[in-house]
Design a protein around this ligand. Structure first.
Ligand code: AMP
Length: 439
């Protein structure tokens, strides 16, 4: 299957060639034809499956075709994409920009935490596609700068995260202002009852597409656990980062304060790190992300919400400095790695208090995470160790090395997908996940 089989128009195909995309991902293969047929869509998919292109490409194409039919119309907002975080909003707008490179459609991204002046100016000049976070959108709607009267396409992205972040009421307020006649595309990584209800209200006879149930995504990522006392976590992290082969690391901390402390400690030890979380200004977050993507910063320390959806190609390592208490969060975190053909490695620290979390995580992923048994900060009286397959230092040249659950000594996982350029789905390694069509 190639993009040429999806009835896409020339300017879109050209943009995809420019992006280096050759093969549509499973969600793209299923969603693009359905959206082009102007059907509503319920997509059960998380970041990393190629879902942004799955909705952006057909929306651009349909809007272009409608523009050809009635040229010279005034630009008014015809597509609204609602997404929970600024980082996601920015990435989505970048995608519209990339795939719509050869089309005459104007898009804008708006989010809170920054002055509204330039956003309002751009709105006045006229735009076709608006990507927004709920708070700022409502704000500008209430001020009379935005009307949703002409919306033909509405995308609700990461609906479950909207719920987690307390945005559901804002989302409902936005929905109340949408015209009844429109095409709606609804995406969520999970489908808790409240989200299912929202989908039922919003969608008419939707085509359902599901890829990568959350617990199966982890299979292709090399995971390991270090049992370590809380007070030794910083020292252990520094030791792990002594391995110069670890070029980019996303470290997850549970709290904003914790993230700041870890970054500070690393910097004190000449390891360049920045923290990203909700208390940072928008500019500070963007600049930290930019520095990380351009490899000026080696370590980005993030809280879950700040890191959600961040798409960093070639991120090789994720470190769970703190284990999350929600197992699905673990899956989302480690799913940040293993992209762009990079071998994904997820290292987790577990202190006494976090052992219960580990148990829950292992239940959800249906897998026992290999333990690094020998390291300088091994926990005293760790009674969990006898229950797990052990990873002895004697099997590894140094304790920072990758765990090797198949015993072949080279850190590759037997039976898992190849770690280079093409996976079993033909998706160019960026998303080395298993995809399933079951809904
Ligand atoms: P997502 O966040 O799920 O929309 O996926 C994001 C990443 O996948 C971005 O880096 C995209 O550039 C990349 N991507 C999406 N579709 C494809 C494709 N068909 N081939 C290669 N990369 C893709």
């Amino acid at each position: 299957m190639s993009f040429n089989n999806l009835q896409l128009i020339e300017p879109v195909l050209k943009a995809l060639v420019h992006e280096g995309y050759t093969t549509p991902t499973p969600i793209q293969q299923q969603a693009i034809p359905a959206i082009l047929e102007q059907k509503d869509l319920l997509g059960c998919a998380q970041t990393g499956t190629g879902k942004t292109a799955a909705f952006a490409i057909p929306i651009l194409q349909l809007m272009h075709q409608q523009q050809q039919q009635s040229p010279n119309g005034r630009r008014n907002i015809k597509a609204l994409i609602l997404t929970p975080t600024r980082e996601l909003a920015i990435q989505i707008e970048e995608s519209f920009n990339a795939y719509g490179k050869y089309l005459d459609l104007k898009h804008l991204v708006i989010f809170g935490g920054v002055n509204q002046f330039s956003q309002v100016n751009a709105l006045r000049r006229g735009i076709d596609i608006l990507v927004a976070t709920p708070g700022r959108l409502l704000d500008l709607m209430n001020q009379g700068h935005i009307s949703l009267r002409d919306i033909n396409f509405f995308v609700l992205d990461e609906a479950d995260r909207m719920l987690d972040m307390g945005f559901v009421h804002d989302v409902k307020r936005v929905i109340a202002k949408l015209p009844a006649k429109r095409q709606t595309l609804f995406f969520s990584a999970t489908m808790p009852p409240e989200i299912q209800q929202l989908a039922n209200v919003l969608l008419t006879n939707p085509v359902k597409v599901a890829v990568t149930p959350v617990s199966s995504t982890v299979e292709i990522i090399q995971q390991s656990i270090y049992f370590v006392d809380k007070q030794n976590k910083n020292a252990l992290l520094k030791d792990i980062l002594a391995d110069a082969d670890i070029k980019t690391v996303l470290v997850f901390a549970r709290t904003k304060h914790g993230a700041d402390k870890v970054a500070k400690e690393l910097n004190r030890n000449s390891i360049r790190a920045e923290a990203i979380h909700g208390n940072k200004s928008q500019n500070a977050r963007q600049s930290a992300l930019h520095n990380f993507k351009t490899r000026q910063t080696r370590v980005l320390v993030a809280t879950d919400i700040a890191a959600r959806g961040i798409d960093i190609d070639e991120l090789t390592h994720v470190v769970n400095y703190d284990l999350p208490n929600i197992p699905e969060t673990y899956v989302h975190r480690i799913g940040r790695t293993g992209r762009a053909g990079a071998s994904g490695i997820a290292i987790s620290f577990c202190d006494h208090e976090e052992k219960a979390y580990l148990k829950d995580i292992q239940k959800v992923i249906s897998k026992t995470i290999p333990v690094i048994e020998e390291h300088p900060y091994v926990m005293a009286n760790n009674n969990q160790q006898s229950q797990r397959p052990a990873q002895r230092a004697s099997q590894r040249p140094s304790f920072q090395k990758r765990p090797n659950s198949n015993g072949n000594g080279n850190g590759n996982r037997s039976g898992s997908r190849n770690g280079n350029s093409q996976n079993a789905n033909g998706f160019r390694g960026e998303r080395r996940r298993s995809f399933s069509n079951s809904y």
